[in-house]
Design a protein around this ligand. Structure first.
Ligand code: SF4
Length: 114
């Protein structure tokens, strides 16, 4: 015969352990973008030119790409990290690691920041 107090305590400990175990994964999922770093030499990177990759344009108003939707621009994209030089900022997408992109820009791998 089981003791109801022991059963309750066992259930409480099991639930607590599961909650603690889930914290690191939840932290990584919600702070993944915030952990991105701008390289020390980012200010020295050239500014991207139109068509650098993925049909990139410096001004989202200049694209007629079928994937473009109103409101999409680099500084609302999950790959945008932060401004480095005025409107120019660092994008962590591998295709743009060697250039700065414009906050008003857009490319076809745009993904909304969450
Ligand atoms: Fe801009 Fe996002 Fe494309 Fe980078 S991935 S160039 S931030 S739209």
């Amino acid at each position: 015969m089981s003791n109801p107090i022991d059963d309750g305590r066992r259930k409480f400990l099991k639930t607590g352990a599961m909650a603690v175990a889930s914290i690191p994964l939840a932290t990584l999922m919600t702070h993944g973008t915030a952990m991105a770093n701008v390289p020390d030499d980012a200010e020295d990177l050239p500014q991207a030119e139109d068509d650098h990759a993925h049909d990139y344009v410096n001004d989202h108003n200049d694209t007629d790409h079928s994937r473009y939707q109103d409101g999409q621009r680099c500084d609302t994209c999950q790959f945008w990290v932060e401004s480095v030089d005025g409107d120019w900022g660092y994008c962590e997408h591998p295709s743009f690691s060697d250039v700065l992109v414009n906050a008003n820009g857009w490319c076809s791998v745009y993904a909304p920041a969450s």
